[in-house]
Ligand binder design. Structure first.
Ligand SMILES: [Fe+2]
Length: 409
């Protein structure tokens, strides 16, 4: 080939593939919107693009739909976040969706939804993201129906002007473009720009705040509530108004959920910072920040009384880089023994912050707190199986033990 022809060929290749690389959709992911059958599809481009996709139950019969674009600037980089809401999808159906030339697929949950599996964890990250490949493989293999990531996502979404966040979302894309990825913010989502990266990269249910910080959604027999503990953690930076706004919303949301037990019997909450733990860092969750969060102080309302008052069943947290299952516990009063999990009279808390995190080696306190039922410092994540309206199974998957179950209840 002559040198001139080679240059032409390279120019054509760049136009076809290079431009697509520059402007193509990336970081594609889905989440539940207002119900399990209303799904938000979110993606990012670095060039201006239409927020449009086509979707359908077969690739031969796709319909076009247009959503909205939010253009935002962080660290000098302009990103376009596009979102399309797919409303009133058919239950138990395989769907295909195409953005540009890229085709993805997901399967909707059944109409009479009684049982399903959820992958729950906090503290993953790009570097030292020990559970990432297992979560991708098991998610694609259908071993859980959706993911709940309880904060500290990429370590950090905003690092390197957000490029680490881009890398994180692209790494997880094979699984989160296929099964819903539900998130709340951890302390590492504070980008000192009022959680700009967290706000602009995700679309959570529009049932609480308008920036993904708190929300709730009914999924089969479980009322799920995601909360921000970072309002407490960064109160000096952002003021206490969001704390009160969330608290006022939570009291109403839990009261309504508690009245709706006949239809939706379980209530599960997830938040980044725990009420209870016995790891070395923060020793036993009795630091001031934990006390304010749980109990309240100086006029700031704590959250635990609302949980107790409304008989919350399960509370997940991360932040401490370990796994720890508690006995049912309310206001430091605990109910020990396997039988305590049968019709528990207090919430059951599970600390599952061992998915990865940027640093390893959190040591446990020598003596566990009395409400601690099981501890492990293996890397891993929790799989929660909602069996029916009366039974839930928790299993802790260990990466150190090649995906084996190291705790179940
Ligand atoms: Fe954290």
């Amino acid at each position: 080939m002559k040198q001139g022809d080679m240059k032409k060929l390279l120019a054509i290749l760049f136009l076809v593939f290079g431009v697509q690389c520059l402007t193509g959709p990336e970081q594609v992911h889905i989440a539940f919107y207002t119900s399990p059958w209303d799904i938000s599809v979110t993606w990012i481009t670095f060039e201006d693009a239409d927020p449009a996709l086509s979707y359908g139950t077969s690739t031969a019969s796709m319909q076009n739909i247009t959503g909205t674009t939010n253009t935002w600037k962080f660290g000098g980089i302009i990103r376009h976040s596009h979102v399309v809401i797919l409303n009133s999808l058919k239950p138990s159906s395989q769907y295909y969706y195409q953005i540009g030339s890229r085709v993805f697929t997901f399967r909707t949950l059944s109409a009479n939804l009684k049982s399903y599996k959820v992958c729950v964890f906090g503290d993953l990250g790009v570097y030292n993201g020990r559970s990432t490949q297992s979560i991708i493989n098991n998610g694609i293999a259908g071993k859980f129906d959706f993911i709940v990531h309880i904060g500290d996502l990429a370590y950090d979404l905003h690092s390197d002007n957000g490029k680490l966040g881009d890398q994180y979302m692209n790494t997880l894309e094979p699984v989160i473009s296929r099964i819903p990825y539900m998130v709340i913010a951890g302390n590492h989502e504070n980008d000192n720009a009022n959680f700009t990266n967290f706000k602009n990269r995700f679309v959570m249910p529009p049932t609480g705040s308008d920036d993904n910080q708190f929300y709730s959604i009914d999924i089969g027999p479980v009322h799920w509530v995601g909360l921000s503990t970072e309002y407490y953690g960064f109160e000096e930076q952002y003021g206490n108004t969001p704390t009160f706004t969330q608290y006022n919303w939570l009291t109403k949301d839990l009261e309504a959920a508690n009245k709706n037990r006949d239809n939706v019997p379980w209530i599960t909450l997830y938040q980044h910072r725990p009420f209870y733990c016995s790891v070395e860092e923060g020793a036993d969750c009795t630091l001031y920040e934990n006390v304010v969060l749980r109990h309240g102080a100086l006029g700031i309302p704590g959250l635990e009384q609302e949980y107790i008052k409304n008989s919350v069943d399960i509370g997940f947290a991360g932040h401490m880089h370990a796994y720890e299952r508690m006995w049912p516990v309310a206001d430091l009063k605990y109910y020990k023994g396997e039988e305590a999990y049968h019709n528990p009279v207090a919430p059951v808390y599970i600390l599952t912050g061992s998915a990865g995190c940027h640093s390893s080696g959190m040591k446990f306190s020598p003596i566990p707190m009395p409400w601690s039922a099981h501890r492990s410092d293996d890397y891993g994540y929790t799989v929660m199986t909602v069996a029916n309206t009366t039974h839930i199974l928790f299993e802790q998957i260990s990466i150190n033990k090649n995906g084996g179950v190291i705790d179940s209840v």
